[in-house]
Design a protein around this ligand. Structure first.
Ligand SMILES: *Cc1c(COP(=O)(O)O)cnc(C)c1O
Length: 397
């Protein structure tokens, strides 16, 4: 990660196809487009790679989450369980639909703790939304058992873990719905873009309509389409989709590079007695976009993170202090600061986030350091970096 590091001729050639016709829109203009349907092509290729029946490509990962929830009928007052450690898009997509984000603890997988999930279920709960952070996944088997027992939807946010798998299934395809992001810093990028995958025909149809103003896409004349329900514009452009086609084709090569680099880092640091690697649930295979590990205490983790930076080991993250990814610094959510567009009824339903006890999450995330794995590094650079990491981390026993 990220895919932009290896942006090249294949991406340019795909984009050139679109530029040659000038049709930048994914729908209509049939006679002008010289048979290029990049968004459609990306959907077919993605569904196939993810062993899912359907894919809907949209304008971003955040849009994908919103469209996925809407397509399953989630809306006003419905509770959606999400982790304390994620990206702000999780609660943004839930709130956009007037639904209620219910934050719950993460465990040593750095993703949803199944016990915390079960404890958070109420009569209003509709969805469990695990977020497969930093290339690895939640215990999907345990979450599926809970979802089946309580008749809840399982929606996987696989934006940071595309290409990983669980019990032999691609991440995103295990639950009822799965979401990906192709933003500029993800494992595969198309500038801005995202996708929903599902095996449910109704959700696919709903996602297709909802992401394009509710148009039913029947017939080839946009003017005569009907609108079975209200929608919005979450369309991707053909230019972005074209880049996505090229990058998706390269996903397995990217994963191979990431895994190789990951193993070099792992070999150096896993023998250190003060370091524990983040837990990968049984049956899980990471996409290796990060290597994440725990120090014995929060204090040591902070110091080790600073020391890594000082030693030139860049691109390591201390999420606990990060205001995009950890609940502690989501002041806008905690204090419900909207521009006024969130109806008072929605605000009234939200829990008092400032009173939550997430000390279990703190105990894990406070001790976590995650180091990004770049695609462009040479093996020599990786080995040098791994040796430096070991040198630094040895001092924090
Ligand atoms: C990037 C990301 C998103 C949102 O994707 P965008 O394409 O940037 O909107 C959602 N969830 C997670 C976990 C992400 O990392």
């Amino acid at each position: 990660m990220p895919g932009f590091e290896l942006f090249g001729d294949r991406e340019k050639s795909q984009v050139q196809d679109v530029l040659n016709t000038g049709v930048l829109m994914r729908y209509g203009f049939d006679s002008m487009r010289n048979n290029h349907w990049k968004a459609l092509e990306l959907e077919e290729a993605l569904a196939k790679r993810m062993q899912s029946k359907y894919a809907q490509v949209v304008s971003s990962g955040t849009a994908a989450l919103t469209v996925a929830l809407a397509s399953a009928g989630i809306g006003a007052g419905d509770e959606v369980i999400m982790p304390t450690f994620t990206f702000v898009a999780s609660f943004e997509s839930i709130l956009a639909l007037g639904a209620v984000p219910i934050l719950v603890d993460v465990d040593d997988t750095l993703t949803l703790d199944p016990i915390a999930v079960e404890n958070a279920i109420t009569s209003k709960t509709k969805v469990v939304m695990p977020v497969h952070m930093c290339g690895s996944m939640a215990d999907l088997k345990a979450l599926k058992v809970i979802c089946d027992k309580h008749d809840l939807l399982l929606l996987e946010d696989a934006c940071q873990a595309i290409g990983g798998s669980f019990d032999g299934k691609p991440l995103g395809s295990y639950g009822d719905l799965g979401c990906f992001s192709f933003d500029y810093v993800k494992t595969i990028t198309c500038g801005e873009g995202g996708a929903v995958i599902t095996n449910n025909e109704k959700y696919k149809l709903n996602a297709d309509h909802y992401s394009d103003h509710g148009h039913d896409h029947v017939g080839s004349n946009r003017g005569t389409e009907t609108h079975p329900f209200l929608g919005y514009n979450f369309r991707i452009s053909e230019l972005n989709a074209a880049v996505g086609c090229a990058q998706l084709n390269r996903l397995d090569d990217f994963l191979e590079i990431q895994e190789k680099h990951y193993n070099s880092f792992r070999k150096e640091i896993e023998t250190l007695s003060n370091i524990t690697l983040r837990k990968v649930p049984n049956g899980g295979v990471e996409n290796y976009s990060f290597i994440s590990f725990f120090l014995p205490t929060t204090e040591l983790a902070k110091k080790a993170h600073t020391a890594l930076g000082d030693a030139g080991v860049d691109a390591c993250f201390y999420w606990y202090d990060n205001n995009w990814h950890y609940y502690k610094k989501w002041e806008h959510l905690t204090y419900k600061k909207s521009l006024g567009n969130l109806p008072q009824e929605v605000i009234n339903q939200l829990p008092d986030y400032s009173k939550s006890d997430f000390s279990k999450s703190d105990a894990w995330v406070g001790r976590t350091i995650s180091c990004l794995i770049k695609l462009s590094w040479t093996q020599e650079q990786v080995l040098e970096r791994a040796a430096k990491m070991k040198d630094v981390l040895t001092k924090f026993a």
